[in-house]
Design a protein around this ligand. Structure first.
Ligand code: GLN
Ligand code: ZN
Length: 748
């Protein structure tokens, strides 16, 4: 054999870690909703699902190996619950499909599984309930069927499963579990069931299997890592495994996985590039499969092929088995950029949705493929005026006078009773409002008519609140399609897509705007609505804005500068809006930050920097107002955990939070975080159609008063009312006002 002549560079294996599964035109969404409403039977649903899966395989066929099993009727974590046969008995129904949807959505007989955010994304998964008594059994049917579907087309198929460690780390203890039980305690039992599933897949012809362990992209204790090692030493006996993370670096988990005998790892080289150094420092066998996740699965910008190729080369110096892959599943990006015919060419040229990313990956796998660096953003996307305004801000532009001073000034400006009542902002988005918006968008309703329709709604919402006797009113947000898109449509530097849908949970999809350039406000965005509402009443009307962190979290954000810099630009635009609201006489301005926790980095080491820029951006928005103008904020949840210090640092005058389900326990947490201003702990769980009783809400308020003192408590629902119906909203708010009155009376 002649080893001295240069061998031609060989083709690398191309693959992705997962693919969008709702269909390019949300076909699965429509089929699911038809099924749930009784218009489509189980066979019809399965036919629609099969056609979505076929479409996925049509797309994926350009790759050397294709992931299978990443399709889901609702959620891949719920699929895993089914695969290990761990459905709670309350969700078991006559058919597998009925059981599945009972767990996903609940029914008359049972509440569904809890839903929560998937790492630092806007995808929501269903939380498995695991206890000491949960029985596990192998149910590999779905995994095998989808594997065979791909094989029958002659594709090199790689089954994908959520790994057992992440499955248990994402689970919560079931209702019967003792207090000291952790789901991870069951790892040994669960691994045996995974061994059976892997063996069954092997019998069906599977070679390499991908186990997703995204929980290993978070900080893990030495004990947890030891369990990972033990689990994988057992699992690798059943199949050749490639372990994927997808949500940042594996870090210290990397040697654990490789030492345990994993065939390979899929590295996230977009958010987890530090793994390159980690793996270079390890003594890795040249036989190790390394998937170079160089194409961003989380964002829609074209890859820098030169940079990607350089990273791939670094891995080739370590191993002979390097493949080219996406950094995570492509679940988080829309399917096809070609559907976007209205975007400017300069933008389209720079974007890649799922189908375009497949082409980037195959290009990188081809030794003769293109390797061009990504061109810089066009100069026209830069706004020197914005940059100059930001540079000119005083160093303490994000500081207000101390809370005590503000409190006195605000009480002087707007006298309010103890326990003031208010709502979070939106009122029901009726079918009629949605129809009007659709007609307006399609050009079937002229601006003047649409404006008149919205103003009539604002007037009705104000009248409703006056009748109910609320203290601080809202305009009801009828004009907002979505709390982020509404602002994105009015700011420069943003574009909105026609069909850029991304699954949020189950059949629900969102269409995040694209933040591509410097952001500026071209004029007031909300002042007209707030001022109009204020003109109709003597009571104070709150101004209502979405905060900078939430706007970034729910958009596809440019990746050519630090998020912190982009946040400052958005904050500056909102700061100008706040100034205009204040100048128009608005005494209370609410800036919603429901996504404050979502963007929190998965790794602890990155969190301090995040808290700094996130709170700075919020305070940039709000700190320009005088002491007599009250700043409110709203967060949609009560499990603050790691963001609790950030909440205090926002320095709002009033923070409304979800609290009705947690029985006000969160107030003690806020206190521990040295949060000293006022709180509106939600007393009405708006996620339920139930009308809350006066007595229950009064009881919750008494707990809040006991924890905070009467001066610091506001009375409000858990969240906005846009998804509720007036039939529930009217009696619920009447009860809320009555409860506040009752507790107030007992205080004097
Ligand atoms: N102001 C918004 C509303 O009431 C807040 C929504 C949210 O918290 N997600 O709808
Ligand atoms: Zn909310």
């Amino acid at each position: 054999m002649n080893t001295t002549t240069a061998v031609p560079a060989k083709r690398l294996q191309s693959t992705v870690l997962g693919y969008p599964r709702i269909g390019p035109n949300r076909e699965l969404k429509r089929a699911l909703e038809a099924h749930w409403s009784g218009r489509l039977d189980a066979d019809g649903l399965e036919a629609a699902a099969a056609s979505v899966r076929a479409g996925m395989l049509d797309d994926l066929a350009v790759l050397d190996t294709v992931p299978t099993g990443t399709f889901s009727l609702y959620d891949h974590v719920l699929d895993t619950v089914v695969a290990v046969d761990a459905l709670a008995s309350r969700h078991r129904r006559e058919t597998a499909l009925a059981s599945y949807f009972a767990a996903a959505r609940g029914d008359d007989a049972a509440v569904p599984l809890e839903m929560t955010k998937w790492f630092d994304t806007n995808y929501h998964y269903l939380v498995p309930e695991i206890g000491p008594g949960t029985a596990f059994n192998a149910k590999p049917d779905k995994a095998i069927a989808e594997f065979l579907e791909a094989r029958e087309r002659g594709l090199d198929a790689r089954p994908v499963l959520l790994g057992p460690v992440s499955f248990l780390l994402l689970a919560k203890p079931d209702a019967d579990a003792p207090a000291d039980f952790r789901p991870l305690d069951r790892l040994g039992d669960l691994v045996e069931v995974y061994v059976e599933i892997l063996t069954a897949l092997g019998r069906a012809g599977a070679g390499l299997v991908q186990l997703d362990e995204p929980a290993l992209c978070a900080d893990r204790t030495p004990e947890e890592l030891a369990s990972v090692g033990a689990a994988y030493r057992r699992l690798v006996g059943a199949a050749a495994l490639v372990v994927a993370g997808g949500y940042g670096p594996f870090g210290e988990a990397l040697p654990v996985l490789l030492d345990a005998g994993a065939e390979g790892v899929a590295l996230d080289l977009v958010r987890g590039r530090s793994d390159l150094e980690v793996i270079e420092a390890l003594d890795v066998s040249r036989e190790t499969s390394l998937f170079a996740g160089v194409v961003d699965g989380r964002n829609i910008w074209r890859a820098d092929l030169a940079e990607a190729a350089a990273d791939i080369e670094r891995l080739q110096r370590i191993s002979d088995r390097v493949g080219v892959a996406s950094s995570s599943s492509l679940l988080h990006v829309p399917v096809d950029l070609d559907a976007e015919t209205d975007l400017p060419a300069a933008l389209t040229e720079r974007l890649a949705f799922a189908r375009q990313k497949l082409r980037e990956i195959t290009a990188l796998a081809d030794p003769d493929g293109p390797r061009e660096a990504r061109p810089a953003a066009p100069g026209a996307w830069r706004d020197e005026a914005v940059r100059a305004r930001l540079d000119a801000l005083e160093p303490d532009a994000d500081r207000r006078v101390p809370y005590a001073e503000r409190r006195a000034a605000q009480a002087g400006r707007v006298p309010l009773p103890l326990l003031p009542t208010t709502t979070i902002g939106s009122f029901p988005q009726t079918a009629e409002l949605r129809n009007a918006r659709a007609a307006h968008r399609r050009g079937l309703m002229i601006d003047a008519d649409y404006g008149a329709r919205m103003r009539a709604e604002v007037a009705a919402v104000i009248a409703e609140q006056e009748r109910l006797g609320l203290d601080v009113l809202v305009h009801g947000e009828p004009e907002r399609n979505d709390m982020v898109q509404y602002f994105a449509e009015q700011l420069t530097g943003f574009a909105t897509t026609a069909a850029g849908w991304v699954q949020s949970y189950g059949s629900r999809c969102v269409r995040p705007p694209v933040l591509f350039g410097d952001v500026a406000r071209t004029g007031p965005m909300t002042v007209e609505w707030t001022s109009y509402a204020q003109s109709l009443t003597e009571k104070p009307v709150k101004g209502m804005l979405t905060g900078p962190v939430t706007i970034l979290a729910w958009s596809f954000v440019r990746d050519d500068q630090p998020l912190a810099d982009t946040a400052d630009q958005v904050a500056l635009a909102l700061r100008e809006e706040v100034a205009d609201l204040e100048a128009a006489g608005t005494a209370i301005i609410q800036v919603d930050e429901p996504a404050l926790r979502e963007l929190l980095p998965v790794r602890g080491a990155a969190r301090g920097a995040y808290r700094d820029w996130a709170t700075r951006a919020f305070r940039l928005v709000t700190a320009g107002v005088g002491p007599a103008t009250a700043i409110h904020t709203h967060l949609c949840y009560s499990e603050f955990g790691e963001v609790i210090d950030a909440i205090a640092a926002l320095d709002a005058d009033v923070t409304s939070i979800e609290a009705s389900r947690s029985k006000m326990e969160v107030l003690a947490d806020l206190d521990r975080a040295r949060y000293r201003s006022a709180v509106g702990p939600g007393v009405w769980d708006i996620h339920s159609p139930r009308v809350p009783a006066v007595g229950d809400m009064a009881e919750a308020l008494r707990l809040a008063v006991a924890a905070l003192g009467p001066e610091r408590v506001w009375v409000n629902p858990d969240c906005g009312l846009k998804t509720r119906r007036y039939e529930e909203v009217r009696p619920s708010l009447a009860n809320l006002v009555a409860a506040a009155g009752l507790v107030r009376e007992q205080l004097v």
